[in-house]
Design a binder for this molecule. Structure first.
Ligand SMILES: Cc1ncc(COP(=O)(O)O)c(C=O)c1O
Length: 323
């Protein structure tokens, strides 16, 4: 497949929000053991969004929709429960559009995430680290119940505008940038917005496109951003029956992929990217021919202090020895 230049991001914009979307595809060229020559894998680098993740799309769409519908009005505060990237994206949108933002998140999210949220001027409210993202959802509901008039809650888990963002941006970009050659979409499940919306668009173009979701293989996983559906509150926007396939990936295998992506492909990414690539490789090994697009939700700099890297090649011990 001959490809035209992929990226047509604007060079001059009025607002940083104009930079959301139009992320490039980059081919995975070295991590290909066992793959046939006619199987290609392209990673969509969502870390290049201005807030640093795929969630810029959903956040921006939901905030704009709230403004259009008159649900987000002057004097209101944007609130949501988020394990990190959505919070950063909402904080970015709030900063640019002039709305205060409050974010409920598990206390154990990485220090990098806490700091970037604060840097955008948003307020963090911490839920129990033991209850994960479900604990944040519950605490956010309690806060809203006490003062619902004060807040606008985009509600990424049940807001159809979340998948719609991907239906209107991620999907069309992939179709355009592969010139319609895409055969498989592989994406991790957090809210499910990315895989649902992107998958829907691609299937409308070509019903043969296979939509594959990747999820952690157990409840106590270390894959920030992803949900293990069997042990979680299932998001209302998530419709498993629309998927062609679901692949479970172990935390250790996803981490191994992250390490390899850094040193072999020059892509230092988040753990959910490692999981997604693990799923994509599983699909790729079964094919004689195909163009797989795998979503890489963010880059790795947000996780340098987390269990992903601490302990890798004795880093933790080296750091302690230096103190
Ligand atoms: C790092 C990371 N990966 C993957 C996802 C999954 O995206 P979605 O919520 O669209 O399913 C998220 C969502 O928060 C995320 O933060």
């Amino acid at each position: 497949m001959a490809l035209a230049p992929l990226c047509d991001r604007p060079h001059r914009v009025e607002s940083v929000l104009d930079l959301v979307g139009n992320t490039p595809l980059v081919e995975i060229r070295r991590i290909r053991a066992g793959l046939g020559p006619r199987v290609r894998i392209f990673a969509k680098l969502e870390g290049l969004n201005p807030g640093g993740s795929v969630k810029d799309r959903a956040a921006l769409w939901m905030v704009r929709h709230g403004l259009k519908e008159g649900k987000l009005t002057a004097g209101k505060t944007i609130i949501d429960s988020t394990s990190g990237n959505t919070g950063i994206a909402l904080a970015l949108a709030g900063a640019v559009l002039g709305y205060p933002v409050e974010l409920v998140m598990p206390e154990n999210v990485s220090i990098e995430r806490k700091r970037v949220v604060a840097a955008y001027g948003a307020k963090a409210i911490y839920s129990s680290p033991l209850e994960g993202s479900d604990g944040a959802i519950r605490l956010c509901r309690q806060i809203l119940a006490q003062d619902s008039e004060r807040y606008f809650k985009p509600d990424q888990y049940s807001n159809p505008v979340n998948p719609q963002a991907h239906m209107e941006s991620t999907g069309p970009e992939i179709w355009r940038d592969t010139q319609g050659a895409v055969t498989h979409l592989v994406a991790g499940i957090g809210t499910g917005g990315t895989v649902m919306g992107t998958g829907r668009f691609l299937k409308l173009q070509d019903p043969k496109v296979q939509v594959v979701a990747v999820e952690p293989d157990d409840a106590w996983h270390g894959l920030e951003g992803l949900k293990h559906m069997g042990s979680s509150i299932v998001p209302a926007i998530y419709h498993e029956e629309e998927l062609d396939r679901k692949i479970n990936v172990a935390t250790d295998d996803a981490y191994e992929m992250v390490y390899r992506l850094g040193s072999e492909e020059g892509l230092v990414v988040g753990q959910s990217c490692g999981a997604a690539l693990g799923g994509a490789l599983q699909v790729a090994r079964e094919l004689d021919e195909g163009v797989i697009v795998v979503i890489f939700p963010d880059f790795g700099d947000r996780y340098l202090s987390t269990s992903l890297w601490v302990g890798w090649r004795g880093w933790y011990e080296q750091d302690r020895a230096r103190v």
